[in-house]
Design a protein around this ligand. Structure first.
Ligand SMILES: Cc1cc2nc3c(=O)[nH]c(=O)nc-3n(C[C@H](O)[C@H](O)[C@H](O)COP(=O)(O)O)c2cc1C
Length: 210
């Protein structure tokens, strides 16, 4: 078993993927499961992830991501989107999932439902989408760590135009809004960045022990 922090030191935001080395389907499934297992506020997972392999779609998205080469060269492009309709029906779906998964009675969850209605569902749409995007970033973090552990390369990316992504992927009709994206595959040996030392804040600036 590798040392977890060694995995984190091995990973880097990959700029140049080896387009001839495709990520195996089983490894993709492992990464998707890591995303599925992510923690989220109240467990609501207010996001959906598009897993894009199709080259034509990626060619269309490439200009909307400032022509960053990873979009085309990686094996997959993952688009993390926030749900834009987080209403009582959405919450009821979640409640049903709990009832089924944990063999509970719906009545046992009425207190929980009221709490989430008050804390989340009653918020403005704008606030809910912002909150949903934060949850999506947690899932992105899980993807990065899991990929590092499995020696798979990822580039997390904010360098794209969300409104263009929404339009190209027709997300508005699906009640989704692009939050953040990531490309997944294997690094090219030619990517010099893989050997660059990590630039991080020193611990004394990052942590304050009280
Ligand atoms: C949310 C987020 C957005 C990022 N956007 C981009 C991007 O659009 N393009 C890119 O090449 N790198 C992007 N990066 C990579 C960062 O520049 C990189 O993670 C950071 O410099 C630390 O280096 P390391 O990840 O290689 O250790 C992004 C990283 C994060 C977490």
């Amino acid at each position: 078993m590798s040392n977890y922090n060694d995995d984190l030191k091995w990973r880097y935001a990959t700029k140049k993927f080896d387009s001839t080395k495709k990520l195996e389907e089983s490894k993709l499934e492992t990464l998707l499961e890591s995303i599925q297992l992510s923690a989220s506020s109240y467990g609501l997972q207010p996001y959906e992830v598009l897993v894009i392999k199709d080259e034509d779609i990626r060619k269309k998205l490439h200009p909307a991501a400032y022509e960053q080469p990873q979009i085309l060269d990686a094996s997959y492009l993952l688009v993390f989107t926030a749900n834009t309709v987080i209403d009582e029906a959405y919450l009821d779906d979640y409640m049903e999932n709990i009832v089924k998964t944990r063999s509970m009675k719906k009545e046992d969850l009425s207190g929980m439902k009221d709490m989430i209605m008050n804390a989340v569902i009653s918020q403005s749409n704008e606030a809910k989408i912002e909150w949903a995007k934060k949850q999506a970033y947690l899932a992105l973090g899980n993807l990065l760590s899991s990929a590092a552990h499995h020696k798979i390369d990822v580039c997390p990316m904010e360098g794209f135009d969300a409104s263009q992504f929404n339009e190209i992927l027709e997300l508005k009709d699906k009640n989704l809004d692009t939050a953040v994206i990531a490309t997944v595959g294997y690094r090219s040996e030619e990517d010099a960045l893989q050997n660059a030392p990590k630039v991080r804040k020193p611990k004394e600036k990052l942590f304050h022990r009280l």
